[in-house]
Design a protein around this ligand. Structure first.
Ligand code: 5GP
Length: 112
């Protein structure tokens, strides 16, 4: 399983990176669906939320904390949406776990 996101992690493909640490990487979505649209991904190759194991417990929590930290840094003070499309029915198109952080506009509910 080598995805486009793995190639971004490995520096083979450029991305507009907004945050990086030992465990994860965050960069702007190439096809933004909101004024702010960031993808937060683990450096570990995990296909989706459905593939997380107990071993990934702290990593999964870390990803959420990074989302929160980036939202503060980007001054998304009035809120934002976090989405993890999972599997075929979830509309996942890249098989490397990622959290979409979208802000800068009012989001509707339910989503499509
Ligand atoms: P999914 O549909 O799997 O939840 O989301 C995948 C996201 O990755 C999409 O929003 C898509 O625009 C974004 N994406 C796909 N390829 C690239 C890329 O090469 N660079 C960046 N920055 N985003 C990408």
């Amino acid at each position: 399983m080598s995805t486009i996101f793995k190639r971004i992690i490995d520096g083979e493909i450029e991305a507009d990176i907004v945050y990086e640490d030992d465990l994860c990487l965050a960069f702007r979505d190439v096809n933004p669906q909101a004024p702010v649209h960031i993808l937060v991904i683990p450096k570990k190759e995990i296909r989706s939320i459905a593939d997380l194991t107990l071993e990934d417990q702290s990593l999964a929590g870390h990803l959420l904390l990074v989302v929160s930290k980036i939202a503060v840094e980007l001054e998304l003070d009035s809120g934002y949406r976090v989405v993890a499309n999972t599997g075929v029915d979830g509309g996942q198109s890249v098989d490397h776990l990622h959290l979409h952080l979208m802000g800068g506009r009012q989001h509707e509910w339910p989503p499509g």
